[in-house]
Design a protein around this ligand. Structure first.
Ligand SMILES: [Zn+2]
Length: 336
């Protein structure tokens, strides 16, 4: 079967006509297969949703109990027949529950990676390479300039700052799903065992991570009155990046602004946001991870989506792999 006949882009997102399903559709559809819980991939209003149990749980937490009409959970590695098309989900290493989706019919297999990374992350199952004819890759950081450093080294800079500025509150901007919990988990790995204070927007997801066996240590709400009186001096406070421009942030004494994101590679971005301590911690592949993954999987074709498509397409062509951009719209990842 020709890959283009098995799966192709539509305004709703990637569509499989034989199976009559969409992957991560941006508009309500009758049957959606969802890679992970970030808001640009997991939207409400679909009739049927097939995803990992953790992604379904995360969608329920974020979107409410009526996020779809009927849901079905699929385990990693399990195969399922959907209208004559075999689908299976495999770890993507992006956030808790995140999956690549393999779609197979008549000997042709396409893997939709969703968002993924290869660097170590104690909060989710690591990426598993899946052999395929067509590998659909994201391209968020697909320029040779993007090299993400070791996340433990970045966390080490936060720990150093806490000892250098014991009087300042340390406000860490981190996206609510995945990044915030990863940062907390990395702080614990670095040996920091004081309570971490969080914005309310992170509470339910952080509780969920803990309930799924990911230890985050002692977490307290950043509304703690006793602490507020002292302005959270010398404490780590984590919140969604938007909260720090808010009234919410006024309670903190001499705040030191920190942001954990792959975009912090770009000094200009950090400067524009007024970030004093940029931490380059990304839940996406950098350029070496993208190219190493494509080499490892060695597919016949690579289709590139959401991000810097042209550079990666060019790299594939130079390395003898047929490639094309998909030009999907509507995926601006909330969890970079
Ligand atoms: Zn994502």
């Amino acid at each position: 079967m020709k890959p283009e006949a098995l799966l192709h882009p539509t305004p709703e997102g990637l569509y499989c006509p034989s199976g009559d399903f969409h992957v991560d559709p941006v508009r309500p559809v009758s049957r959606a297969l969802i890679t992970h819980g970030h808001s640009d991939h997991a939207r409400p209003g679909h009739e049927k949703v097939l995803a990992t149990r953790q992604t379904l749980d995360i969608m329920r937490i974020r979107l409410g109990p009526d996020f779809c009409h009927s849901e079905q959970a699929i385990a990693f590695g399990q195969s399922l027949d959907v209208n004559g098309v075999t689908v299976s989900f495999h770890p993507a290493g992006h956030v808790l529950g995140s999956a690549q989706i393999a779609i197979e019919k008549e000997g042709t297999r396409i893997v939709v990676s969703g968002d993924y990374k290869r660097s170590s992350d104690p909060t989710c199952a690591p990426f598993v390479p899946v052999a395929c004819d067509v590998f659909i890759t994201e391209a968020t950081f697909a320029l040779p300039v993007f090299h993400h450093p070791d996340p433990m080294r970045e966390i080490g800079r936060l720990i150093t700052s806490l000892s250098q500025f014991p009087d300042r509150s340390h406000l860490v901007g981190a996206y609510a799903l995945g990044k915030a919990q990863r940062v907390i988990s990395l702080i614990r790995r670095a040996g920091y065992d004081e309570p971490v204070y969080i914005h309310g927007a992170l509470a339910r997801l952080s509780e969920y991570y803990t309930s799924e066996g990911i230890p985050l240590g002692e977490i307290r709400p950043a509304t703690d009155d006793a602490m507020a009186a002292d302005g959270f001096r010398g404490k780590v406070v984590i919140g969604p990046p938007s909260a720090f421009n808010d009234r919410w942030a006024r309670r903190f004494h001499d705040p030191l602004s920190i942001f954990a994101s792959g975009w912090m590679m770009i000094r200009q971005r950090a400067k524009q946001r007024g970030v004093e301590l940029p931490l380059v911690i990304s839940d996406h592949c950098d350029w070496p991870e993208l190219t190493a993954t494509i080499r490892e999987i060695a597919p016949e074709q690579v289709w590139v989506t959401h991000g810097r498509e042209e550079a990666l397409v060019r790299w594939c062509e130079l390395n003898g792999i047929a490639a094309r951009p998909l030009h999907l719209v509507g995926y601006e990842d909330e969890g970079d």
